[in-house]
Design a protein around this ligand. Structure first.
Ligand SMILES: *Cc1c(COP(=O)(O)O)cnc(C)c1O
Length: 527
C-alpha cells in the first residue's frame, strides 16, 4: 500500500514513476505543479480579508443601528480566507488549467485559435465597453456603426442577403435559422414536420431541430465521409421542412454536392440550413449564398477569433437568404440595392418588416464580441481572411499526412482534408492502435505530453474518432512538436506500454471515472 501525501495524492500500484522521489512530497506540491484543496477545505471560520468594525470571531450581539432586522442568526457559510490566501487559491487553480495562451488546443470542430490582443484593446475602449443597453440610440452611434459595419462584412463574405446579429452562440443561431424557416413555411400555409440531419452532424443540430418542434431524421454518410446524396434525395418530400448540413462537415471534408443538395431541397419546397461553425476553413474562398443556402450561423468565437465563452455569452450571427429575410428577428441588418447595409429596428417593423417572427434576444447582441470580430476582420482584410482559411487547411493537411502512417485516417485516402484531420482507433497491422489500446489512451497520454487532447469519439460515424483541428495560428514548429508527441504515443501503444493505459501520470489529477462523473456528477461540496 502506498501512503497518501499531505494532499491525499497517492501513486497507484504499477504506476510509472512510482517510488520516484519527485512523485511524493510532504506538501503535496510537485515542484511547480501545485496541489490545491477546495476553498471550503482551506478556509477557517472567522477569518476574513477585511476588517469590519464590531465583527470579530464572536458576534457582538449588538444590532447595527437601523439594520437590526437584517442581522443574521448564524454566520454565512462562506470560506474564511485572507486576501492573499484567496488570491493564491485562484492563481493555483488557474495554473492547473490549460489555455490557448499556454499551448495548442487541437479540439476538432471548436476552432480554438489565438485571440489577438488588439481585439481585446478595442473591445475595452470605453465607447464600446461602457455603453448601457438602455442608452438612447443617438448617444451610441459609434457602437451601432460597429454592428452595421460587421454586418456588412458578414453579408459580403457569405454572399447572403441579411444577417440577424443577436443570437448568442452557434446553437442559438441554429434556433434562429429554424424559426425563420418555420415562419416562412407557415406564411405560405405549409406546415411541415421533418428536418433531415446527416449522421455526422454536431449534436446541436438535431437538438435544435427537436427544440424547434420538428421530428429529426438521419441521413447516412457515404464511405468517403460525405452526405449520401441518393439517400437524401429519396427521403425528400412534402413533409420535409428543411435539411441541416454542416459544410465543411464534421469529418473535415467539403460537401462538394452542396449546390445539387440545395437544388433538390428547394425543388420539394423545403429550405437549406447550413451549420457554418466551420466557416474558418472556407472564409474568403467560398460564399455560402452561391451554394443555395437559406440560413447559416457564424460562430464569431471560431472564425473571427473572439474568445470561447469568455466571461459571458458568445455571439452567433445568422446570415439569411432573400427568401428568409422577411422573417428575420429584430433587430437585423439587411443588404440594400446600393451595397450598403441597413439596420432594421423594432420601430421600422410595422412598415418595413411586418412578417418578422419576433426577437431572439433583448437589445442588439454581444457588443464585446462584435468589436473583437470586426477588429479581427479589419486587421486581416479580405486577402488576409482568405489566407486564414488556406493556412488552416494547410496545417490540418500537414497533421494528416504526418500521422497517417501511424494512425488510421479513414478518409485520408480520398484526398486532402479541410481544416481538421480525422483519425480512428482502427488497427491495420502496420499502423493504427493495436488491440487493447483506444483513443482515450492517446488523449490521456497527450496530457502528459503537455497538450490539450483533440476532440475524441466525435464524429460518431468514425469508430474511436480523433478529430484534430490545429487552426492557422499554430506555427510549423508548434505542429511538429504535436506530431512528435502523437507519433510517440502511437509507438507506445504499438509496443503495448502499460503505462499508457493509466495516463495521465504528470497531471494534477489522474484518469477519472468519466462514466460515473457523467452519470452521477457531484456538483456541490459535501463537507
Ligand atoms: C461549435 C459548433 C456548434 C455550436 O456552437 P456553439 O457556439 O457552441 O453553440 C455547432 N456546430 C458545429 C459544427 C460546431 O463546431
Amino acid at each position: 500500500m502506498s501512503v497518501p501525501n499531505a494532499a491525499g495524492w497517492r501513486p497507484e500500484p504499477g504506476e510509472a514513476g512510482q517510488g520516484s522521489p519527485v512523485m511524493q512530497t510532504a506538501s503535496g506540491d510537485r515542484g511547480l505543479m501545485l496541489e490545491e484543496p477546495l476553498i471550503f477545505e482551506l478556509g477557517r471560520p472567522g477569518t476574513c480579508g477585511v476588517d469590519f468594525d464590531g465583527l470579530g470571531d464572536e458576534p457582538t450581539g449588538q444590532p447595527v443601528a437601523g439594520l437590526a432586522r437584517f442581522l443574521r442568526a448564524e454566520p454565512p457559510a462562506l470560506p474564511g480566507l485572507t486576501e492573499p490566501e484567496a488570491v493564491r487559491h485562484y492563481t493555483r487553480l488557474s495554473r492547473q488549467n490549460y489555455a490557448i495562451d499556454l499551448g495548442p488546443f487541437p479540439l476538432g470542430s471548436c476552432t480554438m485559435k489565438h485571440n489577438p490582443r488588439l481585439n481585446e484593446k478595442m473591445a475595452r475602449l470605453p465607447g464600446f465597453a461602457d455603453v448601457h443597453p438602455l442608452q438612447p440610440q443617438q448617444t451610441v452611434r459609434g457602437a451601432i456603426g460597429v454592428i452595421v459595419e460587421l454586418a456588412q462584412w458578414l453579408v459580403t463574405l457569405t454572399g447572403m442577403h441579411s444577417v440577424a446579429m443577436t443570437p448568442k452562440a452557434g446553437a442559438h443561431g441554429e434556433l434562429c435559422g429554424l424559426l425563420c424557416i418555420r415562419a416562412a413555411l407557415e406564411a405560405r400555409g405549409d406546415a411541415r414536420e421533418v428536418i433531415l440531419v446527416p449522421e455526422s452532424a454536431h449534436g446541436t443540430n438535431p437538438a435544435t431541430a427537436a427544440f424547434a418542434g420538428y421530428r429529426v431524421e438521419n441521413i447516412p454518410a457515404t464511405p468517403d465521409g460525405r452526405v449520401d446524396l441518393a439517400a437524401l434525395k429519396s427521403r425528400l418530400g412534402p413533409d420535409v421542412a428543411a435539411v441541416m448540413i454542416t459544410n465543411p462537415n464534421t469529418c473535415g471534408l467539403f460537401e462538394r454536392d452542396m449546390k445539387t443538395i440545395s437544388d433538390a431541397v428547394h425543388a420539394v419546397g423545403a429550405l437549406v440550413y447550413c451549420d457554418g461553425a466551420n466557416f474558418n476553413a472556407i472564409v474568403g474562398r467560398v460564399r455560402p449564398g452561391d451554394l443555395g443556402i437559406d440560413a447559416m450561423h457564424i460562430n464569431l468565437h471560431k472564425t473571427f477569433s473572439t474568445p470561447h465563452g469568455g466571461g459571458g455569452p458568445g455571439s452567433g450571427p445568422v446570415v439569411l437568404s432573400e427568401a428568409l429575410t422577411p422573417f428575420a428577428p429584430l433587430p437585423f441588418a439587411q443588404a440594400m440595392a446600393d451595397g450598403t447595409v441597413r439596420l432594421i429596428e423594432e420601430e421600422d417593423a410595422p412598415t418595413d418588416h411586418p412578417q418578422t417572427f419576433g426577437r431572439m434576444a433583448a437589445f442588439h447582441g454581444q457588443m464585446g464580441m462584435f468589436t473583437r470580430a470586426l477588429t479581427y476582420i479589419l486587421s486581416h482584410g479580405a486577402d488576409g481572411l482568405r489566407q486564414v482559411a488556406e493556412d488552416a487547411v494547410l496545417n490540418a493537411n500537414y497533421v494528416l499526412r504526418s500521422l497517417d502512417d501511424v494512425l488510421d485516417a479513414p478518409f485520408g485516402k480520398s484526398g486532402p482534408c479541410m481544416h481538421e484531420a480525422l483519425f480512428s482507433d482502427a488497427d491495420h497491422g502496420l499502423g493504427g492502435l493495436p488491440e487493447g489500446f483506444t483513443t482515450l489512451d492517446i488523449a490521456k497520454g497527450l496530457i502528459d505530453e503537455g497538450f490539450h487532447p483533440m476532440t475524441v469519439y466525435f464524429p460518431l460515424v468514425v469508430h474511436g474518432a480523433m478529430l484534430v483541428e490545429p487552426t492557422e495560428t499554430e506555427s510549423k514548429a508548434g505542429l511538429d512538436r504535436f506530431i512528435t508527441a502523437m507519433r510517440s504515443l502511437a509507438a507506445r501503444a504499438r509496443n503495448a506500454d502499460p503505462s499508457l493505459k493509466s495516463a495521465p501520470h504528470l497531471a494534477p489529477r489522474r484518469r477519472l471515472d468519466e462514466t460515473q462523473a457523467a452519470r452521477k456528477p457531484v456538483l456541490a461540496w459535501q463537507g
